[in-house]
Design a protein around this ligand. Structure first.
Ligand SMILES: Cc1cc2nc3c(=O)[nH]c(=O)nc-3n(C[C@H](O)[C@H](O)[C@H](O)COP(=O)(O)OP(=O)(O)OC[C@H]3O[C@@H](n4cnc5c(N)ncnc54)[C@H](O)[C@@H]3O)c2cc1C
Length: 502
């Protein structure tokens, strides 16, 4: 039975909209363990659904649909979205793609007081499904982020907010406050001499209000700001990006295996791309867009000696005419109507063949066109955000340079760069997850070393205690041995303070 017949049969209309994302997520997230009553209910509903399915000439899909409905995932907690300029965060993470989320998860699990600010322009947003991420193969990227956020929201020292960071600056370890500054940021002259402290200016889009140019403070920064793809202006390219044009064979190649493929790249890049994808596609045309010139051939020879013979041996033809436009002839929109395909998808299979089709039209002399199912492309990228370079983080090959041995630390002390944006030159989600975790581990240890140093100095220690309250609202450092008097000290400040009550 298909979804439309489920709807017609009077089952909740929301099923059709929630099924592909929500139920898949319940399945994948492992959030819930069914109780006995849920199991009983499942049994009853499954029997009912089988009967209904048979009655409506249904298929196994109906049973699965009801199965998902019968399992109630617990409500995800609402993420902590309270930001405070009076807080000294252990770390602020800029960017909430997979690398930022990974860093956030690691730090939250260590009870670090960490804030993630995310402007929500994810690099893989255009794609329909993400692949080669164990346990999440074939799910929509938004869904992956949803599950990640819902899980991290269980850790109450993590704060996630929507917003854009516009500037980050190192600040002097001893903070002075302007006369008219009404913020409650600590001004104690014995303020801990942390080796690194940063002010972060951001536009924040909080549930209750929008805050412009809000200044926040953190001891460490993780830049998880990602890359931006620079697409050519050729008509049809932007529309097909991530939906027929892909750059990563590992991410999208399998869905077009054995289909007629085009390569969109300058000539010298073609042999490398063919090497990457040849196990998937035999029928390939390289659209080099006028770059088959003596100079480019020489460059191809320098980069891939014997390239021409290699392409010939793989039966790759090179089309040098400038590409005027790509015209979509068909796509998954058609396939979505195909119930058989859809039901496979509903069963959560990781890889389903895509059905895109395009016509490549040329400018200049000569008519004719070439039809292809999809394209492997090589387009340039740039940093998605200037905040790292603006604060002095050095770039190498357009990526923020990091020291792997120092846990992906940049040249700016206290600033780490993770994910696509860093100089690892690996741009995929497994790397984003790994690098976020790596930076989190090193950052966590660095903070602890600094704390240890500070605790050796009694005057700093006093402020650290005070800071413990300011920075953590009691969450990060658990004051397990507090007696009533200690609590009084923490709540009322220092003995010399006018507010201090004996
Ligand atoms: C079309 C396409 C399909 C892909 N498919 C796959 C796939 O199937 N499998 C796979 O492994 N990889 C895939 N990738 C690669 C994958 O998208 C990236 O490797 C991954 O997104 C990198 O994660 P990230 O966290 O570094 O960056 P992103 O996911 O790009 O996240 C960066 C985040 O930082 C935010 N940000 C930037 N600047 C600021 C700022 N100043 N303030 C606040 N927030 C900011 C952005 O808005 C964004 O939310 C694909 C890429 C593309 C382009």
């Amino acid at each position: 039975m298909c979804l439309s017949s489920l709807k017609q049969s009077g089952l909740p209309r929301t099923l059709s909209t929630t099924f592909s994302a929500d139920s898949m997520g319940k399945l994948l997230s492992g959030f819930h363990t069914p109780t006995l009553s849920t199991r009983l209910r499942y049994l009853v509903i499954a029997v009912f659904s089988l009967t209904l399915g048979i009655w409506l000439h249904g298929t196994l899909a109906s049973v699965f649909a009801i199965h998902y409905l019968a399992f109630e995932a617990p409500e995800a907690p609402i993420p902590n979205q309270h930001v405070s300029p009076a807080t000294l965060y252990d770390a602020i993470i800029v960017g909430g793609g997979p690398s930022g989320l990974s860093a956030l998860s690691g730090l939250a699990r260590m009870r670090r007081n960490v804030l993630m600010i995310d402007s929500g322009t994810y690099r893989n947003d255009p794609t329909r499904r993400m692949h080669d991420i164990l346990g999440f193969d074939g799910v929509p990227p938004a869904y992956f982020r949803h599950i990640a956020r819902a899980q991290i929201a269980h850790y109450n020292t993590a704060t996630m907010v929507n917003g854009t960071v516009t500037a980050i600056s190192p600040v002097s370890a001893t903070l002075d406050r302007d006369e008219d500054d009404s913020s409650s940021f600590p001004t104690d002259p014995t303020y801990p001499t942390y080796p690194t402290l940063f002010s972060v200016v951001a536009h924040l889009d909080l549930p209750s209000q929008k805050l412009e140019n809000q200044t926040l403070y953190a001891r460490k920064i993780i830049l998880a700001t990602g890359l931006r793809d620079i697409l050519p202006s050729t008509p049809g390219v932007a529309e097909a990006w991530g939906k027929g044009i892909f750059w990563c064979p590992w991410c999208d190649g399998h869905e077009y295996a054995h289909q007629p493929l085009g390569i969109l790249a300058p000539l010298p890049k073609v042999p490398g791309l063919v090497r990457e994808i040849h196990t998937l596609n035999g029928d390939m045309v390289a659209f080099v867009n006028g770059t088959d010139t003596p100079e480019q051939r020489a460059q191809a020879e320098a980069e891939h000696p014997g390239w021409a013979a290699y392409l010939a041996s793989r039966n790759i033809s090179v089309e040098n005419r400038p590409v005027a436009r790509l015209v979509r002839l068909g796509g998954d929109e058609e396939a979505f109507k195909d119930e058989e395909w859809r039901q496979f998808d509903m069963l959560g299979l990781p890889s389903v063949a895509h059905r895109d089709r395009f016509r490549v039209e040329f400018s200049g002399d000569g008519d004719g066109y070439v039809e292809r199912a999809a394209f492997l492309a090589n387009f340039p990228t740039e940093q998605a955000s200037p905040v790292g370079p603006d604060m002095g983080v050095e770039l190498v090959g357009g990526r923020m340079e990091v020291n792997n041995k120092e846990g992906l630390l940049t040249n700016v002390p206290g600033v780490y760069a993770v994910g696509d944006a860093n100089s690892d030159n690996v741009t995929n989600i497994p790397h984003a997850l790994f690098s976020g975790k790596r930076a989190a581990v090193f950052l966590h240890m660095a903070l602890e070393e600094e704390n240890e140093e500070n605790e050796k100095r009694p005057n700093v220690m006093r402020s650290v205690e005070k800071m413990g309250l300011e920075s953590t609202q009691g969450l990060v450092k658990r004051h397990e041995k507090l007696d009533v008097r200690d609590v009084w000290h923490l709540m009322n400040g220092e003995p010399e303070s006018p507010l201090y009550a004996r």
